[in-house]
Design a protein around this ligand. Structure first.
Ligand code: 2U9
Length: 368
Protein backbone atom coordinates (compact mmCIF):
# COMPACT_ATOMS: atom_id res chain seq x y z
CA UNK A 1 0.00 0.00 0.00
CA UNK A 2 1.30 3.45 -0.80
CA UNK A 3 -0.15 6.97 -0.91
CA UNK A 4 -2.28 7.95 -3.86
CA UNK A 5 -0.32 10.52 -5.93
CA UNK A 6 -3.64 12.27 -6.68
CA UNK A 7 -3.99 12.98 -2.99
CA UNK A 8 -1.59 15.88 -3.47
CA UNK A 9 -4.18 17.69 -5.61
CA UNK A 10 -7.04 17.12 -3.22
CA UNK A 11 -5.00 18.20 -0.20
CA UNK A 12 -3.64 21.26 -1.96
CA UNK A 13 -7.11 22.19 -3.19
CA UNK A 14 -8.74 22.23 0.21
CA UNK A 15 -8.28 25.98 0.63
CA UNK A 16 -11.21 28.08 1.74
CA UNK A 17 -13.33 28.80 -1.38
CA UNK A 18 -13.41 32.45 -0.19
CA UNK A 19 -9.62 32.64 -0.61
CA UNK A 20 -9.22 33.22 3.13
CA UNK A 21 -6.92 30.32 3.95
CA UNK A 22 -5.68 29.86 7.54
CA UNK A 23 -2.81 28.29 9.46
CA UNK A 24 -5.30 25.99 11.14
CA UNK A 25 -6.72 24.85 7.81
CA UNK A 26 -3.22 24.15 6.45
CA UNK A 27 -2.25 22.33 9.68
CA UNK A 28 -5.38 20.19 9.44
CA UNK A 29 -4.62 19.44 5.78
CA UNK A 30 -1.06 18.51 6.74
CA UNK A 31 -2.27 16.19 9.49
CA UNK A 32 -4.80 14.62 7.15
CA UNK A 33 -2.15 14.13 4.49
CA UNK A 34 0.60 12.81 6.76
CA UNK A 35 -1.16 10.00 8.64
CA UNK A 36 -2.04 7.84 5.60
CA UNK A 37 1.42 8.43 4.17
CA UNK A 38 3.01 7.27 7.43
CA UNK A 39 0.88 4.13 7.30
CA UNK A 40 1.79 3.58 3.66
CA UNK A 41 5.50 4.03 4.44
CA UNK A 42 5.35 1.58 7.34
CA UNK A 43 3.54 -0.90 5.12
CA UNK A 44 5.74 -0.51 2.02
CA UNK A 45 6.52 -4.11 1.08
CA UNK A 46 9.67 -3.43 -0.93
CA UNK A 47 12.11 -0.58 -1.77
CA UNK A 48 10.25 0.26 -5.00
CA UNK A 49 6.91 0.66 -3.17
CA UNK A 50 8.66 2.79 -0.56
CA UNK A 51 10.24 4.99 -3.21
CA UNK A 52 6.86 5.60 -4.92
CA UNK A 53 5.16 6.35 -1.58
CA UNK A 54 7.95 8.72 -0.51
CA UNK A 55 7.85 10.54 -3.86
CA UNK A 56 4.07 10.97 -3.65
CA UNK A 57 4.43 12.65 -0.27
CA UNK A 58 7.78 14.39 -0.34
CA UNK A 59 8.60 14.80 -4.04
CA UNK A 60 8.49 18.00 -6.07
CA UNK A 61 4.95 17.22 -7.15
CA UNK A 62 4.04 15.58 -3.87
CA UNK A 63 1.43 16.35 -1.27
CA UNK A 64 3.69 18.38 0.99
CA UNK A 65 4.93 20.42 -1.92
CA UNK A 66 1.34 21.26 -2.84
CA UNK A 67 0.63 22.27 0.75
CA UNK A 68 3.78 24.34 0.72
CA UNK A 69 2.26 26.37 -2.11
CA UNK A 70 -0.65 27.23 0.13
CA UNK A 71 1.71 28.99 2.53
CA UNK A 72 1.95 31.84 0.04
CA UNK A 73 -1.70 32.67 0.64
CA UNK A 74 -1.30 33.02 4.40
CA UNK A 75 -0.55 36.01 6.54
CA UNK A 76 3.09 36.21 7.61
CA UNK A 77 2.24 35.03 11.10
CA UNK A 78 0.09 32.12 9.90
CA UNK A 79 2.74 31.30 7.35
CA UNK A 80 5.32 30.88 10.10
CA UNK A 81 3.08 28.63 12.14
CA UNK A 82 1.87 26.58 9.21
CA UNK A 83 5.41 26.45 7.85
CA UNK A 84 6.65 24.99 11.13
CA UNK A 85 3.87 22.38 11.01
CA UNK A 86 4.81 21.52 7.45
CA UNK A 87 8.51 21.27 8.27
CA UNK A 88 7.79 19.06 11.20
CA UNK A 89 5.57 16.85 9.02
CA UNK A 90 8.31 16.63 6.39
CA UNK A 91 10.86 15.65 9.06
CA UNK A 92 8.57 12.94 10.42
CA UNK A 93 7.92 11.56 6.96
CA UNK A 94 11.58 11.61 6.01
CA UNK A 95 12.51 9.85 9.26
CA UNK A 96 9.78 7.25 8.70
CA UNK A 97 10.97 6.65 5.12
CA UNK A 98 14.59 6.31 6.28
CA UNK A 99 13.57 3.90 9.05
CA UNK A 100 11.49 1.77 6.67
CA UNK A 101 14.29 1.80 4.11
CA UNK A 102 16.70 0.53 6.76
CA UNK A 103 14.25 -2.22 7.66
CA UNK A 104 13.75 -3.27 4.05
CA UNK A 105 17.52 -3.16 3.43
CA UNK A 106 18.06 -5.41 6.45
CA UNK A 107 15.43 -7.86 5.21
CA UNK A 108 16.94 -7.88 1.70
CA UNK A 109 20.43 -8.33 3.09
CA UNK A 110 19.33 -11.22 5.31
CA UNK A 111 17.63 -12.87 2.32
CA UNK A 112 20.79 -12.40 0.22
CA UNK A 113 23.00 -13.89 2.94
CA UNK A 114 20.65 -16.82 3.37
CA UNK A 115 20.68 -17.45 -0.39
CA UNK A 116 24.48 -17.19 -0.53
CA UNK A 117 25.09 -19.36 2.53
CA UNK A 118 27.43 -22.30 1.84
CA UNK A 119 26.75 -25.38 3.88
CA UNK A 120 30.26 -26.51 4.70
CA UNK A 121 29.24 -29.19 7.15
CA UNK A 122 29.72 -32.79 6.06
CA UNK A 123 27.83 -35.64 7.59
CA UNK A 124 30.15 -38.51 8.39
CA UNK A 125 29.11 -41.88 9.70
CA UNK A 126 30.05 -42.41 13.33
CA UNK A 127 33.39 -44.05 14.19
CA UNK A 128 33.47 -47.75 13.45
CA UNK A 129 34.70 -50.09 16.14
CA UNK A 130 37.74 -51.90 14.73
CA UNK A 131 38.97 -55.36 15.59
CA UNK A 132 42.24 -57.25 15.62
CA UNK A 133 43.17 -59.20 12.50
CA UNK A 134 42.15 -62.84 12.59
CA UNK A 135 45.79 -63.95 12.73
CA UNK A 136 46.44 -61.63 15.70
CA UNK A 137 43.34 -62.90 17.48
CA UNK A 138 44.50 -66.48 16.88
CA UNK A 139 48.01 -65.71 18.10
CA UNK A 140 46.60 -64.07 21.27
CA UNK A 141 44.41 -67.11 21.99
CA UNK A 142 47.38 -69.45 21.48
CA UNK A 143 49.57 -67.37 23.80
CA UNK A 144 46.80 -67.45 26.44
CA UNK A 145 46.57 -71.23 26.16
CA UNK A 146 50.31 -71.78 26.49
CA UNK A 147 50.67 -69.23 29.30
CA UNK A 148 47.90 -71.14 31.08
CA UNK A 149 50.08 -74.25 30.72
CA UNK A 150 53.07 -72.53 32.35
CA UNK A 151 54.96 -71.25 29.30
CA UNK A 152 56.40 -67.75 28.87
CA UNK A 153 56.22 -65.85 25.55
CA UNK A 154 59.50 -64.85 23.85
CA UNK A 155 60.16 -62.76 20.75
CA UNK A 156 63.16 -62.11 18.53
CA UNK A 157 64.27 -60.24 15.40
CA UNK A 158 62.83 -60.98 11.95
CA UNK A 159 66.18 -60.22 10.27
CA UNK A 160 68.53 -62.97 11.31
CA UNK A 161 72.03 -64.28 10.77
CA UNK A 162 72.66 -67.52 8.93
CA UNK A 163 74.04 -68.95 12.16
CA UNK A 164 70.90 -68.35 14.27
CA UNK A 165 68.48 -69.43 11.53
CA UNK A 166 70.40 -72.44 10.17
CA UNK A 167 73.88 -73.35 11.46
CA UNK A 168 72.98 -73.49 15.17
CA UNK A 169 69.98 -75.65 14.27
CA UNK A 170 72.15 -78.47 12.95
CA UNK A 171 72.04 -77.14 9.37
CA UNK A 172 75.63 -76.13 8.55
CA UNK A 173 76.30 -74.40 5.20
CA UNK A 174 75.32 -76.61 2.24
CA UNK A 175 73.18 -78.87 4.46
CA UNK A 176 70.51 -80.39 2.18
CA UNK A 177 67.69 -79.54 4.65
CA UNK A 178 68.26 -75.85 3.92
CA UNK A 179 66.60 -76.34 0.57
CA UNK A 180 63.33 -77.00 2.44
CA UNK A 181 63.30 -73.33 3.33
CA UNK A 182 63.09 -71.02 0.31
CA UNK A 183 65.07 -68.29 1.98
CA UNK A 184 64.88 -64.55 1.32
CA UNK A 185 68.39 -63.14 1.75
CA UNK A 186 69.27 -59.53 2.46
CA UNK A 187 71.84 -57.66 0.40
CA UNK A 188 73.89 -56.90 3.55
CA UNK A 189 77.29 -58.17 4.61
CA UNK A 190 78.89 -61.26 3.02
CA UNK A 191 76.60 -63.08 0.53
CA UNK A 192 73.77 -65.05 2.20
CA UNK A 193 74.84 -64.04 5.70
CA UNK A 194 71.75 -61.98 6.58
CA UNK A 195 68.23 -63.23 5.92
CA UNK A 196 64.58 -62.93 6.81
CA UNK A 197 64.02 -65.72 9.34
CA UNK A 198 62.34 -68.76 7.81
CA UNK A 199 61.01 -69.95 11.17
CA UNK A 200 60.95 -68.67 14.76
CA UNK A 201 63.50 -71.30 15.84
CA UNK A 202 66.31 -68.68 16.02
CA UNK A 203 64.40 -67.16 18.96
CA UNK A 204 64.84 -70.48 20.80
CA UNK A 205 68.54 -70.41 19.92
CA UNK A 206 68.86 -66.88 21.38
CA UNK A 207 66.93 -67.86 24.50
CA UNK A 208 69.14 -70.88 25.15
CA UNK A 209 72.29 -68.79 24.69
CA UNK A 210 70.95 -65.97 26.89
CA UNK A 211 69.68 -67.91 29.89
CA UNK A 212 70.37 -71.23 31.56
CA UNK A 213 67.69 -73.97 31.67
CA UNK A 214 65.04 -74.73 32.74
CA UNK A 215 63.18 -73.16 29.80
CA UNK A 216 59.44 -73.34 29.13
CA UNK A 217 58.73 -70.83 26.36
CA UNK A 218 56.67 -70.30 23.20
CA UNK A 219 57.82 -68.07 20.36
CA UNK A 220 55.09 -66.65 18.11
CA UNK A 221 56.01 -64.44 15.18
CA UNK A 222 56.17 -63.64 11.52
CA UNK A 223 58.42 -65.70 9.24
CA UNK A 224 59.33 -65.41 5.56
CA UNK A 225 59.80 -67.84 2.72
CA UNK A 226 60.36 -67.23 -0.98
CA UNK A 227 57.13 -68.98 -1.93
CA UNK A 228 54.91 -68.01 -4.83
CA UNK A 229 51.54 -67.16 -3.29
CA UNK A 230 48.79 -69.69 -3.89
CA UNK A 231 45.81 -71.04 -1.95
CA UNK A 232 48.09 -72.72 0.62
CA UNK A 233 51.20 -70.48 0.61
CA UNK A 234 51.97 -66.85 1.33
CA UNK A 235 55.57 -65.53 1.32
CA UNK A 236 55.08 -64.38 4.89
CA UNK A 237 53.10 -66.16 7.58
CA UNK A 238 53.00 -66.46 11.33
CA UNK A 239 54.04 -69.46 13.32
CA UNK A 240 54.39 -70.38 16.94
CA UNK A 241 57.07 -72.68 18.25
CA UNK A 242 57.60 -74.02 21.73
CA UNK A 243 60.70 -75.12 23.60
CA UNK A 244 61.08 -77.02 26.85
CA UNK A 245 64.54 -77.72 28.31
CA UNK A 246 64.82 -79.25 31.75
CA UNK A 247 66.30 -82.26 33.52
CA UNK A 248 64.68 -85.58 32.64
CA UNK A 249 62.39 -84.32 29.86
CA UNK A 250 61.16 -87.26 27.74
CA UNK A 251 59.29 -87.90 24.53
CA UNK A 252 56.31 -88.72 26.77
CA UNK A 253 56.37 -85.12 28.07
CA UNK A 254 56.32 -83.93 24.47
CA UNK A 255 53.33 -86.10 23.56
CA UNK A 256 51.48 -85.10 26.73
CA UNK A 257 52.15 -81.40 26.17
CA UNK A 258 50.91 -81.58 22.56
CA UNK A 259 47.77 -83.40 23.63
CA UNK A 260 47.09 -81.06 26.59
CA UNK A 261 47.41 -78.10 24.26
CA UNK A 262 45.15 -79.68 21.62
CA UNK A 263 42.34 -80.31 24.12
CA UNK A 264 42.77 -76.91 25.80
CA UNK A 265 42.68 -74.97 22.54
CA UNK A 266 40.18 -76.96 20.47
CA UNK A 267 38.03 -78.29 23.28
CA UNK A 268 37.16 -81.81 24.35
CA UNK A 269 36.68 -84.29 21.54
CA UNK A 270 39.74 -83.11 19.61
CA UNK A 271 42.86 -85.12 20.39
CA UNK A 272 46.31 -85.54 18.90
CA UNK A 273 48.59 -88.21 17.54
CA UNK A 274 52.22 -88.31 16.43
CA UNK A 275 53.70 -89.82 13.30
CA UNK A 276 57.43 -90.25 12.61
CA UNK A 277 59.13 -87.49 10.64
CA UNK A 278 62.52 -85.94 10.05
CA UNK A 279 63.75 -82.47 11.04
CA UNK A 280 67.45 -81.62 11.33
CA UNK A 281 66.99 -79.84 14.68
CA UNK A 282 65.13 -82.61 16.52
CA UNK A 283 65.79 -86.33 17.01
CA UNK A 284 63.55 -88.25 17.14
CA UNK A 285 61.09 -86.05 15.22
CA UNK A 286 57.39 -86.31 14.58
CA UNK A 287 54.54 -84.64 12.79
CA UNK A 288 51.56 -84.09 14.99
CA UNK A 289 48.04 -84.45 13.80
CA UNK A 290 44.76 -83.51 15.47
CA UNK A 291 41.25 -84.84 15.07
CA UNK A 292 39.75 -83.30 11.93
CA UNK A 293 37.87 -80.23 13.14
CA UNK A 294 35.50 -80.38 10.15
CA UNK A 295 34.14 -83.92 10.58
CA UNK A 296 35.14 -84.63 14.19
CA UNK A 297 37.19 -87.64 13.10
CA UNK A 298 34.55 -89.44 11.04
CA UNK A 299 36.35 -88.79 7.76
CA UNK A 300 35.62 -86.10 5.17
CA UNK A 301 37.07 -84.43 2.10
CA UNK A 302 39.21 -82.01 4.19
CA UNK A 303 41.02 -84.85 6.01
CA UNK A 304 41.07 -87.16 2.94
CA UNK A 305 38.78 -89.55 4.86
CA UNK A 306 41.50 -90.16 7.50
CA UNK A 307 39.81 -88.30 10.38
CA UNK A 308 43.11 -86.52 11.11
CA UNK A 309 44.68 -83.24 10.00
CA UNK A 310 48.38 -82.49 10.18
CA UNK A 311 49.06 -79.39 12.28
CA UNK A 312 52.83 -79.15 12.83
CA UNK A 313 56.07 -80.80 13.75
CA UNK A 314 57.91 -81.61 16.95
CA UNK A 315 60.72 -83.65 18.43
CA UNK A 316 63.42 -83.93 21.06
CA UNK A 317 66.05 -81.19 20.74
CA UNK A 318 69.01 -82.57 18.77
CA UNK A 319 72.28 -82.90 20.79
CA UNK A 320 74.07 -80.90 18.09
CA UNK A 321 71.68 -77.97 18.76
CA UNK A 322 72.45 -78.16 22.48
CA UNK A 323 76.17 -78.24 21.65
CA UNK A 324 75.87 -75.16 19.43
CA UNK A 325 74.29 -73.10 22.22
CA UNK A 326 76.50 -74.48 25.00
CA UNK A 327 74.02 -76.64 26.90
CA UNK A 328 75.27 -79.98 28.23
CA UNK A 329 73.07 -82.69 26.64
CA UNK A 330 74.11 -85.13 29.38
CA UNK A 331 72.47 -82.93 32.00
CA UNK A 332 69.58 -81.42 30.06
CA UNK A 333 67.06 -82.77 27.60
CA UNK A 334 64.23 -80.99 25.87
CA UNK A 335 61.58 -80.98 23.20
CA UNK A 336 60.38 -78.46 20.66
CA UNK A 337 57.31 -78.12 18.49
CA UNK A 338 56.03 -75.71 15.88
CA UNK A 339 53.00 -74.99 13.75
CA UNK A 340 51.56 -72.27 11.55
CA UNK A 341 49.15 -69.78 13.15
CA UNK A 342 47.60 -68.86 9.78
CA UNK A 343 47.03 -72.53 9.09
CA UNK A 344 45.33 -72.97 12.43
CA UNK A 345 43.01 -70.01 11.73
CA UNK A 346 42.40 -71.42 8.25
CA UNK A 347 41.33 -74.78 9.69
CA UNK A 348 39.19 -73.29 12.42
CA UNK A 349 37.30 -70.94 10.10
CA UNK A 350 37.34 -73.13 6.96
CA UNK A 351 39.20 -70.49 4.91
CA UNK A 352 39.70 -71.86 1.42
CA UNK A 353 42.50 -69.52 0.27
CA UNK A 354 45.35 -68.36 2.57
CA UNK A 355 45.89 -65.21 0.52
CA UNK A 356 42.82 -63.50 2.03
CA UNK A 357 44.79 -63.30 5.29
CA UNK A 358 47.24 -60.90 3.63
CA UNK A 359 44.84 -59.03 1.34
CA UNK A 360 43.37 -56.75 4.04
CA UNK A 361 40.03 -56.76 2.22
CA UNK A 362 37.55 -55.29 4.72
CA UNK A 363 34.84 -57.68 3.52
CA UNK A 364 37.02 -60.45 4.97
CA UNK A 365 38.73 -58.80 7.93
CA UNK A 366 35.54 -57.33 9.44
CA UNK A 367 34.00 -60.79 9.74
CA UNK A 368 36.16 -61.50 12.80
C1 2U9 B 1 65.25 -75.41 18.50
C2 2U9 B 1 65.19 -76.78 18.44
C3 2U9 B 1 64.15 -77.40 17.82
C4 2U9 B 1 60.98 -76.64 16.40
C5 2U9 B 1 60.22 -77.52 15.48
C6 2U9 B 1 58.92 -78.11 13.80
C7 2U9 B 1 59.37 -79.33 14.22
C8 2U9 B 1 58.04 -77.90 12.66
C9 2U9 B 1 56.92 -76.26 11.34
C10 2U9 B 1 55.55 -76.72 11.19
C11 2U9 B 1 54.83 -75.89 10.18
C12 2U9 B 1 56.83 -74.75 11.34
O1 2U9 B 1 54.84 -73.33 10.56
S1 2U9 B 1 55.66 -74.41 10.14
O2 2U9 B 1 56.33 -74.26 8.91
N1 2U9 B 1 57.66 -76.63 12.47
O3 2U9 B 1 57.70 -78.80 11.98
N2 2U9 B 1 59.43 -77.05 14.50
S2 2U9 B 1 60.37 -79.13 15.52
O4 2U9 B 1 62.15 -77.29 16.64
C13 2U9 B 1 63.14 -76.64 17.27
C14 2U9 B 1 63.18 -75.29 17.34
C15 2U9 B 1 64.24 -74.67 17.96
C16 2U9 B 1 66.40 -74.73 19.13
Amino acid sequence: MHADPDAAESVAGSADPDGADSAAAVAAAVAAAVEPVLAAVAGAADPEALRTTAAAALGRKGALSALNHRLGGLSPEDRRGAGAVLNEARDRLQAAVAARRAELDAVARAARLEADRLDLTETLPGPVRGSLHLVTQTRDALEDTFVGMGFVVAEGPEVESDWHNFAALNMPPAHPARSNFDTLYLDWGPPESALLRTHTSPVQVRLMRDQPPPIYAVMPGRVYRKDTPDARHTPSFSQIEGLVVDRGITFGDLAGTIDTFTRAYFGPGITSRLRPAYFPFTEPSAEFEITCTICGGAGCRTCSQTGWIELGGCGMVHPNVFAAVGIDPEEWTGFAFGFGIDRLAQMRHAIADMRVLADNDLRFTTQF
